[in-house]
Design a binder for this molecule. Structure first.
Ligand code: KG4
Ligand code: ZN
Length: 346
């Protein structure tokens, strides 16, 4: 039984969390997420503003997480911190803070890959969301289809060739005149559509694709975005814009569901775990269940709070690495891009 403090500052949420547990029996003791609303006025995250906001928020956010959990600093067994991928200036704040805390407490520091954190998020809410499973990670910066044989043993099957799924939502939101971050707004607008709208081509979905083809698992959303751009220009009414949002979301979801179904079939998995901000999209989760449940596959998705960036998932992934005896030195660095640890080749 260990107590792990998690710290996450890779983008525009300053977050800290405490978890207690051992192995897959881990429970959330507290989670604080401070979203930096300041970026809304710029329509996207401004890196230097994000770093500075982390700098002022990190101490009170961590203190609040410890208070909420009723955990004293000397009860912390390890400090887990996101050290990539992400905005380097933003990551440096969390990494430096976590180092200082670990050093002061004389406790180990564990570096966590942000996307591995997303893989663990659903497990915090659903005891069944544990390996082996097929994972679809859909965030603002990444789209990855991964076969998870065990925690720490990841086979990267597919990724996006251009825009990440969340990025596509954000860009389409902008085209439709919706605020940033756009995902939830596009989902809401799509739900209000009175008809399916124009049928956009399904990117990277062709019947003749075979396992082993480079495009069997990969996705691409830039063509879809261009199609939306043209449709949005000629959409004059709110009803028309709603149909465009729905058509976009339908095409994107169809693609993600089909690629995930291919991976489930190829590896004979009976569980699918979704992660990342776009996993908070109820239409995506429902589409995944409609397609896979009849074949006996259970689809797990974190709730909206754990789907988007948060430190609970970082603490949970950190617990796994801590229990394996992994320790980061006080020279731990931050990285804008970083390979997922435990990637299996071929
Ligand atoms: O995982 P996340 O919080 O941050 C990154 O690691 O990038 O994901 C943020 C992304 C944004 O692009 C946001 O628009 C998208 O997740 N998102 C959604 C929904 N909620 C958040 N996209 C579609 N539907 C949603 N309900
Ligand atoms: Zn994320």
């Amino acid at each position: 039984m260990s107590v792990v403090l998690g710290v996450e500052t890779s983008c525009d949420e300053t977050s800290a969390a405490v978890i207690r547990g051992a192995g897959d029996e881990a429970s959330l003791a507290s989670l604080v997420i401070l979203s930096q609303d300041v970026h809304r006025v710029f329509g996207g995250v401004v890196p230097e503003i994000a770093s500075r906001a982390h700098l002022t928020a990190i101490e009170p956010v961590v203190r609040r997480a410890l208070d909420d959990a009723g955990v004293a600093t000397d009860e912390i067994d390890a400090v887990a911190v996101t050290n990539g991928p992400g905005l380097v200036g933003a990551l440096l704040v969390g990494v430096s803070f976590a180092k200082a805390l670990a050093f002061a407490l004389g406790r180990p520091l564990v570096g966590v890959h942000h996307m591995e954190g997303h893989l663990f998020a659903a497990a915090l809410e659903h005891p069944g969301a544990v390996p082996p499973f097929t994972a679809l990670l859909v965030s603002g910066g990444h789209t990855m289809l991964i076969d998870v044989e065990a925690w720490g043993r990841y086979r990267l099957l597919g990724r996006t060739r251009d825009d990440a799924a969340g990025e596509a939502f954000d860009k389409v939101a902008k085209l439709l005149g919706l605020p940033y971050p756009g995902g939830p707004h596009v989902e809401r607008l799509a739900a209000s559509a009175d008809a399916p709208g124009p049928r956009f081509a399904r990117p990277m979905l062709k019947r003749n694709q075979r396992p082993g083809d480079a495009d069997y698992y990969d996705v691409s959303f830039s063509g879809l975005k261009t199609a939306v751009l043209h449709a949005a220009r000629s959409a004059a009414t709110d009803a028309e814009r709603a149909r465009v949002a729905r058509a976009f979301q339908d095409a994107l979801i169809d693609t993600l569901v089909e690629k995930t179904a291919r991976a489930v079939r190829a590896f004979g998995r009976t569980r699918v775990v979704l992660g990342g901000g776009v996993a908070g999209n109820r239409t995506l989760v429902a589409g995944m269940r409609d397609r896979l449940a009849p074949g006996g596959v259970t689809v797990y998705a974190p709730g909206a709070r754990l789907a988007t960036d948060n430190a609970a998932m970082i603490a949970r992934a950190g617990l796994f690495h801590f229990e394996r005896g992994e320790r980061a030195g006080l020279d731990l660095n931050a990285f804008a891009t970083l390979d997922l640890p435990g990637l299996l080749v071929a």
